[in-house]
Each structure stands twice: as C-alpha cells, then as structure tokens.
Design a protein around this ligand. Structure first.
Ligand SMILES: *Cc1c(COP(=O)(O)O)cnc(C)c1O
Length: 375
C-alpha cells in the first residue's frame, strides 16, 4: 500500500536529538530553538520568528496579541482546517466565513469586504496548498478598515507572493511542522511577528506570561508574571529534529517539486475534460505542498478514492466546510451562510500521496491508475 503520507529522516535529526540531551538542556528556548528561529529570520528576512508547539498554538498566540475578545468578529475562509477559526472563537470572537475562489480553494479576496462590520477586527487568510492569496488586495482592504491580517501559512513554507515570503506580509504568520507538512517535527509550529509593536509582548505570552526572555537577555534584573500567556514553546528535542530538516530544506523542496511536476505532466491529459488540476495564479510560486485533483462531483470523487484503495494507493479528501460544522452552528453565534464554492471543494477535491520518500515511479504508477479509472 502506498500511504497518503509518511514521516521521514533526511539528515542529522537523531544525532541532534542526542546532542540536545547531552548538552544538559532539553526544555525550550535553548540552542536548537534559537538556531531554527535564526534560520527563518535570516532566510526570509523576518523581524521575529518564535517556534511553537503547533501552528494552532501560533494562531492562538496571534489571537492573544491582537486582544481578540467577545464581541469581535474575525473573517476566516470556510474551506480550511479547524484551527484557523478555533484559535479565535476560543477568545470569544464570532467567525464570519468567506467562500473560496472559483479557480482555487483559497479565500475569495472579493468576498471579504462584504463580510466586514464595525465589529470586525481581523482577517485570517490561508495559503491553501502553499499557493498565495492575493495579498495586495487583502492588505489594502485591511488598511482601509484598520484590520489585522493573520496569514495561516501552515502549508506555505518557502513559498512566495510577488517575491515576498508567505507569512511575512500580514501582521502575523503561522506555520506548521506537523508530520503532513513539507518540513516536519511531528508536531510543531512557528509564529512570525511582522509588526514590531508586538514583538516584546509575543515573547512574554510565549513564556507563560513572564518576562523570562527579557531577563535572559539582561534587560531586566528579575523575572515574574507580567501578562497573560501559556507554554507555547517546544522542547529542544522537537527543535533539534526540526533544525536537522531545515538544513536540508532545499533538497526536500527539490524532491517535492519533482514529484509534483511528474503528477502534473502525466495527468495533464485528463485536465478540463475529466477533472481539474491545481491552478497557480501568476503572483504565486509553487512550494509543492500538495497535489490535488478536483473531480466532477462527490460520487465520482468517492469512486476514485475506492478504486485507488483497491489498487493499493491511499488518497484522501480534505476539509469539510467549517460554516456547516456542528460546533459553529451550535455555538449560538454561528449563522447559516451559503458558500457554494467551499462546499464544492469539500465534495470534489482529492489529495494524492506526496512525501519525501515517495518515488517518481510511484507517482507514475498512481497517475497511470487514475488515467485508467477514467478510461
Ligand atoms: C496543518 C494546518 C493547521 C494546523 O497545524 P498544526 O501544526 O497541526 O496545529 C492549520 N491550518 C492549516 C491550513 C493547516 O494546513
């Protein structure tokens, strides 16, 4: 069976974990955490990057930093992972869901302005499959209405919008190193703080509401409880694993792009007539996070999943529209919205295996099966 995803080792993951243990420190904010954060800051020109235990945590930190409270509204695409909305509802916000683009599962930039009310505080955008949302349009709307922008860049490592790294454009960016992403550490995440006003407070919220970071930098002579927060920082064991992967970021990306391009080129014969291949707007790069197909309807999509399973290939569908989720509708603040494109991607999208250890010949075999299915 070719699995949908498989964790992988690419370099010194295990020896770095050993090194961390032998150094005498495996709690957070040590040598490897700093190395990872510096890697991101230097490679992508970020003002501040803080490792977290997940992208969900990074989004929660963003919600705390923006002081999201009861009575606030946050605009979130419906076709996304639960955390893109959950991080804000748990602060008391009401979510207004936005539909997807017709050509791509990402947020329909033109649908955002209609959802804005005097209570709106933030827009969350998701760079689905690592493909950029139209950030110029989004940042212009945010400026016009004085809103914050959070980029859920969970899937968007090493991808760019008009040359700018994703996760560096909004006020905050949140990345994931969950085992299904391009760069992995099991669970893991990163918050980028692109607005300097938030940097000092982010370090406090990160370290359980204490000014411990400032203390270690010698900026204060004792540390204590000064703000809200939680334990958002990962153990050095996680950071050690992650740093080993970051050292091979380019090699990992090259491999993923080769797999992605093989899918694209072999399945091109089916495009438009039988299904739709991923669409790439000219303003975005492709980080080969995901290879997905959009089928005609839910029946055909489910038939293809079963057919491939019977032939030893595990493929999966993706998100279920959040605007129809029971938690949202039962929350008391969730109103029934009509978002047909989000529902279409819920029904018709299927994701194919794409991971570092997958072979080009596996991709050719999977593509061959899909072509045969349509014959
Ligand atoms: C994976 C993912 C998340 C959650 O990431 P975790 O690190 O598992 O918390 C959030 N948003 C999107 C769009 C994702 O793909």
């Amino acid at each position: 069976m070719i699995p949908f995803n498989k964790p992988f080792l690419v370099g010194k993951e295990l020896s770095y974990i050993e090194k961390a243990v032998k150094s005498g420190k495996i709690s957070g904010n040590g040598y490897f955490t700093v190395k990872c954060q510096e890697f991101f800051q230097e490679k992508y020109g970020l003002k501040k990057a803080l490792l977290t235990t997940s992208c969900t945590d990074a989004l929660e930190m963003a919600a705390m930093l923006m002081d999201i409270n009861e009575g606030d509204e946050v605009i979130v695409p419906s076709y996304t992972f639960v955390s893109s909305a959950l991080a804000f509802t748990r602060q008391g916000a009401k979510i207004k869901f936005a539909d997807s683009r017709p050509d791509h599962p990402g947020i329909d930039e033109l649908a955002i302005e209609n959802l804005i009310s005097p209570k709106t505080k933030a827009i969350v955008v998701v760079h689905y499959a690592g493909v950029a949302c139209d950030m110029d349009l989004i940042m212009n709307i945010a400026e016009k209405y004085n809103l914050f922008v959070v980029e859920d860049a969970a899937q968007a490592i090493d991808s760019f919008y008009k040359g700018k790294p994703l996760g560096s454009i909004g006020h905050f960016g949140a990345f994931s190193f969950h085992e299904t992403k391009n760069i992995i550490s099991g669970e893991g995440g990163l918050l980028t703080i692109n607005d300097e006003r938030f940097i000092d407070r982010a370090e406090i919220i990160w370290e359980k509401g204490t000014n411990r970071s400032a203390f270690f930098k010698g900026e204060v002579n004792k540390y204590g409880w000064v703000d809200t927060g939680s334990s958002f920082l990962p153990s050095e064991l996680i950071s050690a694993f992650l740093y080993a992967q970051l050292e091979y970021l380019e090699k990992i990306q090259e491999k993923r792009k080769a797999l992605w391009n093989t899918y694209y080129n072999t399945l091109k014969v089916l495009d438009k007539e039988y299904l739709k291949l991923p669409y790439l707007p000219t303003f975005s790069t492709n980080n080969a996070h995901m290879f997905y197909l959009i089928l005609k309807d839910v029946e055909e999509r489910d038939k293809l999943i079963t057919y491939l399973k019977d032939n030893g290939v595990h493929v999966v569908f993706h998100y279920l529209s959040l605007h129809k989720s029971s938690y949202h509708l039962d929350s008391g603040t969730g109103e029934l919205q009509n978002l047909p494109l989000s529902d279409r991607y819920t029904d018709c999208l299927v994701r194919l295996p794409l991971y570092y250890d997958l072979g080009i010949k596996d991709v050719k075999r999977i593509s061959g099966l899909i072509i045969k299915f349509f014959e």
